[in-house]
Design a protein around this ligand. Structure first.
Ligand code: ZN
Length: 359
């Protein structure tokens, strides 16, 4: 549903029914978490956790900040800026869905024991709001990394006035602005190292700016009439807006409802009419729906390929290139471009991608 920003309204109007189904979930978390518990990428086991997995203060070498973060994307940014000045512990790891994540007492304990907590904000971690408030009341600095973003740049789908789309990391430029905010906050916490944070942030933002240019370039190689991202989850609204591709999210299709058949049929119509070559999967989406769409296209004489598994709300396995923010975005852009008839190097921007998820 969140892909319906104004310039796409006309062309997505025919799929409006499909979008409406996921409205309820999206209203709360800015994203459809309605189809199963995951909403994240199946191949991701990445925690992005650096240093002590327990986050215990005792394991913290003297002089280092003890920072607790939420998603792997936030963990990655804070780690990049903090360098060896901090032990960074991510709470939302592996396949856990940030929209649905509830902090256990151990997580709250980790937050209370930290020097600071960084999270995404914009209600991504909607079920942790009370915990952040509690930790804040106990005097711990709690920072949403998206806080400093110009609200004008945020997506606010018209049907959900007052609720922002929280998936800002999908636009590398926007996420890069969050990096600046993290550096400022770390400099406040640890003034002695402020210059160090600043220079690491500058270096990281330089890399992000090159990554952004790469994504822009490869998405632009997709023939214009095929620039449609048919995918499971509505996490790609910012990606669409930033890089000029239109998203059709299929997560709203419920196999139980009568409407499902007509939803699938209209999606099939759209794919066949626009000759969209590939559909992208995420583990949270029923294989049944994907198969129904592929089958529907087949019966209309159109062979729809499975493009690749994309990373949306979680990254790849910890310790792999895809288990970094840069690797995750490189993977998504490269796989999307290649599957939709564009040009991108097989191993991606930095020649580091593994090919295991290419179909
Ligand atoms: Zn999401």
């Amino acid at each position: 549903m969140l892909h319906q920003h104004p310039e796409f309204l006309t062309s997505t109007a025919r799929l409006a029914a499909l979008s409406v189904i996921v409205v309820a979930a999206g209203l709360v978390c800015g994203c459809s978490g309605s189809n199963g518990p995951a909403g994240t990428n199946g191949s991701s086991e990445g925690t992005g956790t650096v240093g002590s997995a327990s986050g215990a203060r005792d394991a913290n070498p003297v002089g280092k900040l003890n920072i607790v973060t939420t998603t792997a994307m936030v963990t990655d940014v804070v780690t990049a800026v903090a360098g060896d000045r901090a032990i960074v512990t991510g709470l939302i790891t592996g396949n856990q869905d940030p929209h649905m994540f509830t902090a256990g007492s151990n997580d709250v304990k980790k937050m209370l024991g930290a020097d600071a907590v960084f999270y995404t904000g914009l209600m991504l971690e909607g079920r942790m709001a009370d915990d952040f408030a509690l930790v804040g009341r106990k005097g711990k600095p709690v920072f949403p990394v998206t806080e400093g973003l110009d609200r004008e740049k945020l997506r606010e789908p018209p049907e959900f006035e007052g609720h922002w789309d929280p998936h800002v990391w999908m636009d590398v430029k926007l996420w890069s602005e969050c990096v600046g905010h993290v550096s400022k906050e770390l400099g406040t916490l640890d003034a002695g190292s402020a210059d160090e944070y600043q220079s690491r942030a500058d270096e990281y933002r330089k890399q992000l700016s090159e990554l952004d240019a790469y994504i822009r370039k490869v998405i632009a190689t997709i023939p214009k009439e095929q620039r449609y991202l048919v995918t499971a989850h509505d996490a790609f609204g910012y990606f669409a807006q930033a890089y000029g591709i239109e998203v059709k999210a299929i997560q709203g299709i419920s196999t139980d409802s009568q409407a499902a058949i007509s939803d699938i049929n209209s999606l099939v119509d759209f794919i066949v009419e626009n000759k969209v070559p590939a559909i992208f999967i995420e583990s949270s989406v029923s294989q049944k729906n994907i198969e129904a769409v592929i089958e529907g296209c087949g019966s209309r004489g159109w062979t729809l390929k499975i493009g690749a598994e994309l990373y949306s709300d979680a990254m790849g396995a910890s310790g792999t290139y895809e288990g970094t923010y840069i690797g995750m975005m490189d993977h998504n852009a490269t796989k999307i471009a290649r599957a939709l008839g564009g040009k991108a190097p097989e191993q991606g921007w930095q020649g580091k991608l593994s090919n295991k998820t290419e179909h």
